[in-house]
Design a protein around this ligand. Structure first.
Ligand code: C2E
Ligand code: CA
Ligand code: CA
Ligand code: CA
Length: 276
């Protein structure tokens, strides 16, 4: 709803008001969604490039709206982040992912690891370390089975605090992943100090591989950087065989994308893992 001309100011205001009330409605709905258990997690396999087998899954939240059907996270996570509701949403996600993983372990069908996204606001929240500790304790899941994905921009907004929080999380024994790598202007000096295990190459960089020389170069550079820093790598958004071959030739450790599987409801994920 952006406009520049003076005669459009009114339309702009109206659009702003509509946007604000749509936001308000969405926020109210999301609060109810939390109360009524309308959120659910889907799981996308993460694949070892060398042999095509799953090494873990990423938990991705969806909102099963009673009237509007399945709403993808891009439609409500930014809003939740803005309003602060993300803290409750994130709390639910963390507990549910740990609960599900512990349940899969009991059933003998668990993937090696589950990765959970921490939003920027959740990451700077005072209690984040306590929340992770309690999710592990309540579920009985061992910390080594849990990975936390934190976006590069979240880490960089308060690099000093971020560094301390990462060390505390690391102290719990969970894996730490820097998400959407390449989009957030990391200071390399900081990157080296952070106790990270893994770096996730943002899917926007994979999109141009192998057609665009610049994207090829960029992905190759990130892979070299990760190797130098002894970080494991996951490339996201892998959709084609050509992209997979490209990553294989450059010894990328793991990848994730529609070429293998989209995010699946828990039961379907288990069936997918079995069929592998
Ligand atoms: P993300 O963390 O970068 O997750 C990857 C997104 O890429 C997911 O979208 C996934 O379904 C999608 N994707 C997977 N493979 C492919 C592919 O081959 N091609 C393309 N084009 N896309 C692919 P999704 O599930 O819609 O999630 C979008 C974003 O919402 C996530 O991006 C993450 O930032 C956020 N999100 C999802 N779940 C959570 C959550 O529980 N907590 C928080 N804080 N954020 C979440
Ligand atoms: Ca992620
Ligand atoms: Ca991404
Ligand atoms: Ca993202």
């Amino acid at each position: 709803a952006k406009s520049s001309g003076r005669d459009q100011v009114c339309g702009y205001d109206r659009a702003m008001t509509e946007e604000a009330s749509a936001r308000f409605e969405m926020e109210r709905g999301l609060r109810k969604a939390l109360e009524n258990a309308e959120l659910e997690l889907h799981y996308q396999p993460i694949i070892r490039v060398s042999n095509g087998r799953a090494i873990g899954v990423e938990a991705l939240v969806r909102w099963r709206h009673p009237e509007r059907g399945l709403i993808p996270p891009d439609r409500f996570i930014p809003l939740a982040e803005h309003s602060g509701l993300i803290v409750q949403v994130g709390h639910w996600v963390l507990n549910e992912a740990c609960r599900q993983m512990a349940q899969w372990e009991l059933e003998g069908v668990a993937p090696e690891r589950v990765a959970v996204n921490l939003s920027p606001r959740q990451f700077v929240h005072l209690d984040v370390v306590e929340l992770v500790r309690s999710a592990l304790q309540k579920s009985g899941l061992s910390a080594s089975k849990l990975e936390l994905e934190i976006t590069e921009s979240a880490l960089m907004t308060s690099a000093h605090q971020g560094e301390q929080t990462l060390h505390q999380l690391k102290g719990l024994g969970v894996g730490l992943v820097i998400d959407d790598f390449g989009t957030g202007y990391s200071s390399l000096a900081y990157l080296r100090r952070f106790p990270l295990d893994k770096l996730k190459i943002d899917k926007s960089f994979l999109a141009g591989v192998p057609e665009r020389a610049e994207d090829n170069q960029l992905v190759t550079t990130i892979l070299d950087l990760a190797a130098n820093m002894r970080l494991n790598v996951v490339a996201e958004g892998v959709e084609t065989d050509a992209q997979w071959r490209f990553l294989k030739e450059r010894h990328c450790g793991a990848c994730q994308g529609y070429l293998f599987s989209p995010a699946l409801p828990a039961a379907e994920l288990v069936a997918w893992l079995r069929e592998q």
